[in-house]
Design a protein around this ligand. Structure first.
Ligand code: PEP
Ligand code: MN
Length: 374
């Protein structure tokens, strides 16, 4: 990027404090809905009102956003409560309409950041325009793509730029809707220390109950602000209903959050550790699932052996297993001793399961000691 100093949020011309709190519904749904929530947010420590007008939804039958008429409602709801307003833009037409409606801040969504063609079109529409733009991370964990989008907006001459971290999508189910991968925004911050960084715990968490802890982590990592979705009646929200907070719940989150003055290395370390531990948890679950499936197959083999009256222990087969597994495991940086011990245990358990399958009488499992040195 050509420049490496960015305008701090405090100089954006809105008297933004630190941390900056952005809130508002996932989507503007009606004039009444946006006024109802904005009137409550106006009484809290919220500094910027958000509301999606055009919603990028995964499925075509979902609520696609109220469209252009919502711009006026959002602007009026903000004006009434002394709040500048922001919307998501995903193409030049959105930019044009948002500018016409005097929207104060624009943001580029995660599904747009992934597409350099679209980001460039938006950047082109912003040449010679003076409006702040926040850029969400792309849905995939690719820092260069995020930086590329920021660069395109920067090259268009936009002065007030911020990045929003909203987590990254994974195929695996995790407790988060989008895993935080803290190391990615941390690396962004390392490369561009003055670039304002906002965390969006709502889209990271996907559910209300996790929001306060992710918000706290972000502030402990010295983020400059938070974007938290809110709705007067979250259960009736037309999009992202599970993650939106009522203004009362948001108030509680904001009251309980601790704003610390400096980043402690330890917090970064602890968060990394927590992420790695979660990875281990998922891998262990996989291991146990696979072992249980293996035992299922062993029982099935037991059934065939019984029908055909063959002995359980087939020594050649056992030797063959040990030989191939040792080879495979050692090729994958496991020690010989570990593989031997583990396979002895697995084999013992397999035999126990097969024996149980072949005999109607209960088998005493203590004859298969879980000690590899037997
Ligand atoms: C949103 O902010 O409502 C939104 C669609 O977010 P994201 O682009 O992060 O999915
Ligand atoms: Mn949303």
């Amino acid at each position: 990027m050509e420049r490496n100093t960015f305008v701090p949020l405090s100089d954006w011309g809105f008297t933004f404090p630190s941390p900056l709190i952005i809130s508002g519904p996932c989507g503007v749904e009606s004039e009444k809905q946006i006024h109802e929530v904005a009137d409550e947010l106006g009484k809290l420590k919220v500094h910027l009102l958000r509301g999606g007008i055009w919603k990028p939804r995964s499925r075509p039958d979902s609520f696609q956003g109220i469209g252009s008429e919502g711009l006026r409602w959002l602007k009026e709801a903000g004006h009434k409560n002394n709040l500048p307003v922001m919307v998501e833009v995903a193409n030049p037409k959105h930019v044009e309409e948002a500018l016409e409606a005097k929207i104060d801040v624009l943001w580029i969504g995660a599904r747009t950041t992934v597409n350099p063609f679209l980001v460039q079109e938006i950047a082109d529409a912003l040449t010679r325009v003076d409006i702040p733009v926040m850029i969400k991370n792309p849905i995939n964990p690719e820092l260069e793509l995020w930086i590329g989008a920021i660069e395109r907006i920067d090259k268009a001459g936009i002065q007030r730029i911020a990045a929003i971290h909203r987590g990254f999508s994974t195929f695996e189910k995790t407790k988060y809707r989008n895993v935080p991968n803290w190391q990615i925004p941390i690396e962004l911050k390392r490369r561009y220390p003055s670039l304002p960084l906002i965390c969006d715990p709502s889209h990271i968490c996907g559910s209300r109950n996790l929001i306060s802890s992710v918000a706290q982590t972000a502030l402990d990592l010295n983020y400059d602000g938070l974007m938290i979705e809110s709705h007067a009646h979250p259960e009736k929200a037309l999009s992202d209903s599970r993650q939106q907070l009522t203004p009362a719940a948001l108030k509680e989150v904001l009251e309980n959050i601790v704003v610390r003055s400096a980043v402690i290395e330890d917090v970064m370390f602890l968060n990394m550790l927590e992420e790695l531990r979660e990875k281990i948890d998922r891998l262990d679950e996989d291991i146990l699932n696979k072992i249980s499936k293996r035992m299922e197959v062993a029982r099935e083999i037991g059934k065939y052996k019984k029908e055909n009256n063959i002995t359980i222990l087939q020594v050649e087969r056992w030797n063959e297993i040990l030989r191939t597994r040792l080879q495979f495991g050692m090729d994958h940086e496991l020690t010989r001793e570990f593989i031997l011990k583990m396979y002895e245990l697995i084999h013992d358990e397999s035999i126990l399961q097969q024996t149980q399958m072949m005999n109607t009488q209960p088998v005493d499992s203590s004859q298969f000691p879980v000690d590899s040195k037997k």
